[in-house]
Write a protein that binds this ligand. Structure first.
Ligand code: CUA
Length: 149
C-alpha cells in the first residue's frame, strides 16, 4: 500500500468516526431525535375516519391482504377540500406500502406498528391509495380512494 492510499484510507475512516460522533452528540448531547414516522400509538384493527372539527380529520387506515380499510371496511372516503388529515397506518397481516398518489404521503404499513403522516388536501379530485410493497398475489389490486370534494 503506498502513501496516498494510506492517507485516503485514514481520511475516510476518520470521517466515518467524526460523523458517528456527531450523531451521538446530537442525540445524547443536544437531545435531538432522529426524524421518524413511527408513533407509539397502539395498533388498531379497523379503519376509521374521525372528524375533529371543520377541516380537521384523523384517518386510521388498516392495510390487509389485499385492501386498505379507510373507514369501517370502506375503501373509499370523501373529505372536503382544504382539510388537514392526520393519517395513522398499520397492517393486519404482512408488510405493505402505502402511497397516496398526488401527495407526499408515503408510508410502510407494518404489523404491530403505527406510522404517521399529516397532509392537507387542497386540490379537488380523486386520490388513489396504492400499495407499493409486494405483498402477495393480490398486491396489484390493492388500492383505495380518497375523494376530495
Ligand atoms: Cu399490499 Cu402490496
Amino acid at each position: 500500500m503506498d502513501k496516498a492510499e494510506k492517507k485516503a484510507l485514514y481520511l475516510s475512516v476518520g470521517l466515518l468516526v467524526f460523523f458517528m460522533a456527531l450523531i451521538v452528540y446530537a442525540s445524547k448531547g443536544l437531545d435531538i431525535d432522529l426524524p421518524t414516522c413511527v408513533t407509539d400509538v397502539r395498533p388498531f384493527t379497523e379503519g376509521k375516519l374521525i372528524k375533529h372539527a371543520e377541516g380537521r380529520y384523523e384517518l386510521h387506515i388498516v392495510a390487509k391482504m389485499w385492501l386498505f380499510d379507510l373507514d369501517r371496511g370502506k375503501q373509499e372516503i370523501e373529505i372536503p377540500a382544504g382539510s388537514t388529515v392526520d393519517i395513522y397506518l398499520t397492517s393486519a397481516d404482512v408488510v405493505h406500502g402505502m402511497h397516496i398518489n398526488g401527495t407526499t404521503v408515503n408510508l410502510m404499513a407494518i404489523p404491530g406498528t403505527v406510522n404517521y403522516a399529516r397532509y392537507k388536501f387542497t386540490k379537488l379530485g380523486v386520490y388513489h391509495v396504492v400499495c407499493h410493497e409486494f405483498c402477495g398475489v393480490g398486491h396489484h389490486a390493492m388500492q383505495a380512494k380518497i375523494v376530495v370534494k
